[in-house]
Ligand binder design. Structure first.
Ligand SMILES: Nc1ncnc2c1ncn2[C@@H]1O[C@H](COP(=O)(O)OP(=O)(O)OP(=O)(O)O)[C@@H](O)[C@H]1O
Ligand SMILES: [Mg+2]
Length: 339
């Protein structure tokens, strides 16, 4: 296929995207303030960040639509500043705002883009039909895009970015405003593209989306990278899980809390007894700690009626690292897990 003979990484680093020290100012606003990131070939990098963090600016620079003030970026082995034309031919872009031609039908939009990408007529037609089908637009294919709903336009926009089977695909908040069914279609299609060898840089404010699709996450805020890693890595950084234990006899709760607190178990910081709930909460970082705490209590003769664990959600992680909220209310978000 086209993609393979382009040798996306230039055979050097295994990264389809490499960004170093990227800076972009708009007047006094530092949209990007020295961003470094890599996207490994064939993977999805999730770029998370609150409004105004710099996500769209990053995508625009990587698409050669905006020039950085400083720093460098390579995409599929091409330099954004020195090889913009080659670079543009290897990427697909779905912007935060749909960019379809409203006067043309869905099918005409896709066909036209296929032709602009130098696909032969027959292939442009068949690729257009294939993508219309995949995004449930076959019935609406002949209607002008003007008459499409917001979700249909977004789907058409996504289909357009996939026409040329790009080696690297940028999706800037691709599912904002989509209903759950459409969102699932977009996710399926994105996964299919990755299975076929594409690399995806996905910006999103939906933690569920990041969790489902991205193998690595980079969190940016005010133009700077403030955290990066796998989903579980970020969760662990924010403080691991909370173990919940309910004594069979509520009167034993204080004694249980003392036993854990004074146990000297490796890495067990504290135990909090919440009498209103008849529950003991113990922050843990590993399964070994979980086993150790439960083992200790049972050795000391405490009878336990319930055990559960609560993992912070990615939402909580995000709020914690962007500094907007840290606490997890133990009584509002219990995820029971039998152990
Ligand atoms: N063309 C522009 N002119 C002036 N300021 C801009 C321009 N584009 C972006 N900015 C500013 O740069 C900062 C980063 O904007 P950007 O659009 O990259 O954020 P974002 O992370 O995509 O936000 P959102 O989640 O709202 O889409 C913001 O403060 C924004 O106001
Ligand atoms: Mg944006």
């Amino acid at each position: 296929m086209k993609r393979n003979d382009k040798n996306p990484s230039g055979g050097r680093t295994g990264n389809a995207v490499e960004v170093r020290g990227l800076v972009k100012h708009y007047g006094a606003t530092k949209a990007l303030d020295g961003v470094d990131l890599d996207v490994r070939e064939g993977t999805v990098l999730g770029v998370l960040g609150p409004n105004g963090a710099g996500k769209t600016t990053l995508v625009r620079i990587l698409s050669t639509l905006v020039r950085p003030d400083a720093g460098s970026a390579m995409v599929a082995g091409y330099d954004v500043l020195r090889q913009p034309r080659q670079l543009r031919r290897t990427i697909g872009l779905t912007g935060q705002y749909a960019s379809v031609d409203e006067k043309l039908s869905g099918r005409e939009n896709l066909y036209m883009i296929g032709r602009l990408l130098d696909l032969p007529r027959k292939e442009a037609r068949s690729r257009a039909d294939e993508l219309l089908e995949r995004f449930s637009l076959t019935e609406a294919a002949k209607r002008p895009a003007l008459q499409y709903s917001g979700g249909m336009r977004r789907r058409l926009d996504l289909a357009a970015s996939m026409i040329g089977r790009p080696a690297v695909l940028y999706l800037d908040e691709p599912t904002t405003g989509l209903d759950p069914r459409t969102r699932n279609e977009v996710w399926d299609e994105m996964q299919r593209m990755v299975a076929e060898g594409s690399t995806v840089l996905l910006t999103t404010q939906y933690m569920e989306e990041a969790e489902q699709l991205a193998s690595e996450l980079t969190v940016i805020d005010r133009g700077r990278v403030i955290a990066r890693g796998g989903v579980n890595e970020l969760k662990a950084k924010v403080g691991g899980r909370t173990l919940q234990i309910r004594p069979a006899d509520p009167a034993q709760l204080p004694a249980m809390a003392r036993a854990v607190a004074e146990s000297g178990l490796d890495g067990i910081g504290g135990a909090q007894a919440v009498p209103d709930e008849d529950m003991l909460y113990v922050p843990i970082l590993s399964d070994q700690q979980l086993t150790a705490v439960v083992g200790l209590l049972s050795e000391r003769g405490f009878a336990i009626s319930h055990i559960g664990t609560h993992l912070p959600s990615l939402d909580e992680v995000f709020l914690a690292i962007t500094g907007q909220k840290t606490a997890v209310e133990p009584d509002t978000a219990l995820e029971e897990a039998s152990v």
